[in-house]
Design a protein around this ligand. Sequence first.
Ligand code: 8YV
Length: 329
Amino acid sequence: MQKILVARPIFPDVIERLKQYFDVDWHQGDVLSAEELTRRLADKDGALTAGDPVGAAALAAAPRLRVVSNMAVGYNNFDMAAFNASNVLGTNTPDVLNESTADFGWALMMAAARRIAESEHWLRAGKWQKWSYDGFLGTDICGATLGVIGMGRIGQALARRAKGFNMQVIYHNRSRVAPEIEAELNAEYASKQDLLKRADHVVLVLPYTKENHHTIGAAELAQMKPTATLTNIARGGIVDDAALVEALRTKQIAAAGLDVYEGEPNLNPALLSVPNVVLTPHIASATEATRRAMANLAADNLIAALGEGPRAGRPPNPINPEVIGKARS
Ligand code: 8YV
């Protein structure tokens, strides 16, 4: 039997599925350190990760390893140049999380715009004595302009929901989406600068790459409206968190909603003392149904990539399909 590592606690029934095909080394404790992950990968043919960094050193130390299946759509934790150089396949879990993640983007955006977390904390602290005409005034969603940065599958699902709120949708992306998608979403392409100036609510849904590092920093925040909100459901590092803290403190923008952070789970401590930001612990895809679908898809990818099951040799979501069938190097 081929050997695999499952680097994280996941649904036990998915582990049972994997055990039908493989000798499973299941790590259920704290997140593995880089050294420990490398050590546990050394004798494995495949692995299932969820955001764990896998780079050249780990691959070099695991000569049998042929596939690493990430239980996430984002795969910035994989050094894909190293995967390609070693002919190791990477796989991810796109699509199954689009709707849950888009729902969550709206929840976070609306919570920020309508000051839900901030007012709840105030209420819980026993500060509610009387109604006041100017208590927790927020920014409207309905009829406002939504600015989506990153118009991939999740960005599109997010934009699709804007119709019900009678919003104008503008978007920025590496390249324009197909005209029929623009028409369906009633979305107008805009330069990043134009979008930042015009949007009432900016939502980030782009993958993390070197080029996207600090897509939103001090200069970009300075271009936004003082009534605007910023929501990040993409990846830490796309926003310069220190610059955001400053912009929120000085009310350069009205509010923010963050699900992801630079250096998470160790977020910038200054964020904790800023009232006008809603903070959630990377849970945009976290519904029971979606996380189950992601875990099963990650398992499907692993099983197929290692030549087992009904799709043997044809994993559904290869990131670098060009290495399929090539010998390990
Ligand atoms: C994952 C995510 O739960 O899919 C992604 O890219 O950010 C989340 O849905 C998280 O990355 C853990 O793998």
